[in-house]
Design a protein around this ligand. Structure first.
Ligand code: URA
Length: 249
């Protein structure tokens, strides 16, 4: 159940304030009866809501987990006509938007949703959502350099906030190493810039986890809807993180 004016504003009827005026003026009906009381709670999925004689169409929230392949832009349109992530969604009629951004050359886990409130929180560093990346880097970073990746690196837009980093694998023959990095920010090309800063440029980059969500069961280019249990868990995690003042769970 949600407040009527919030639902109307969400459905794009008008601004929240204007929706309140419409309610007070008696222009809104719920299940056939005029409702003039602000704050009346209704069920957006089951109640019939009519404004100025027209039924409003509510869009259900959709949350999709996409395994973004490389070579696709994290956007809904591209002026240069390149492939964008929403081109990979077949039969999704709701207008969904990516949560945060993965570079053209980065693959991995990308959420898309029309739930703006959730998207803003997930993307905001203060909620300390884990974003876990695996990067093959040129050369083999020393333990000290890996530690620096975790504790903080000075970039041109400031110090990175603390995260985690570990060396997973070394391919001595090819002169490269696999590093796993957990960060909570989403600055532009952050992981690439962090690895550049320690002198080990990224060769390939993939996001393998967002909070508790992984790519399990998906191949590059595939996606699936989140279950309602997963959406609830994400929301609970955000509340918990905020309550703990951004400290890690
Ligand atoms: N950091 C990067 O450098 N690139 C991405 O796509 C995501 C994080």
């Amino acid at each position: 159940m949600e407040r009527l004016q919030k639902i109307l504003a969400h459905a794009g009827v008008a601004s929240r304030r204007h929706c309140e005026e419409l309610i007070v003026q008696g222009k809104v009906q719920v299940n056939g009866a005029v409702v003039r009381e602000l704050g009346t709670r209704v069920n957006p999925l089951t109640d019939k809501i009519v404004v100025n004689g027209r039924r409003i169409q509510l869009e259900q929230h959709v949350h999709l987990l996409l395994y973004k392949p490389t070579g696709v832009i994290t956007s809904v349109t591209d002026p240069q006509g390149r492939r964008v992530v929403t081109d990979l969604l077949k039969g999704v009629k709701e207008r969904v938007y990516p949560v945060g951004r993965l570079d053209y050359d980065t693959s991995g886990l990308l959420l898309l949703t029309n739930d703006g409130g959730l998207a803003n929180k997930l993307a905001h560093p203060s909620y300390e959502i884990d974003k876990v990346y695996r990067a093959w880097v040129r050369g083999v970073p020393t333990a000290e350099k890996v530690r620096k990746l975790a504790t903080g690196i000075r970039l041109e837009d400031g110090m990175t906030s603390p995260g985690e980093a570990r060396l997973i694998k070394v391919d001595a023959g090819k002169g490269k190493a696999l590093v796993e990095l957990t960060i909570h920010e989403g600055r532009n090309r952050q992981v690439r810039r962090m690895c550049d800063a320690i002198g080990h440029p990224v060769i390939t980059l993939e996001r393998i986890r967002l909070d508790f969500l992984t790519l399990e069961g998906l191949a590059p280019g595939q996606y699936r809807p989140l279950t309602s249990a997963e959406v609830d868990r994400l929301k609970q995690g955000l509340i918990q993180n905020k309550r703990d003042g951004g400290r890690k769970r």
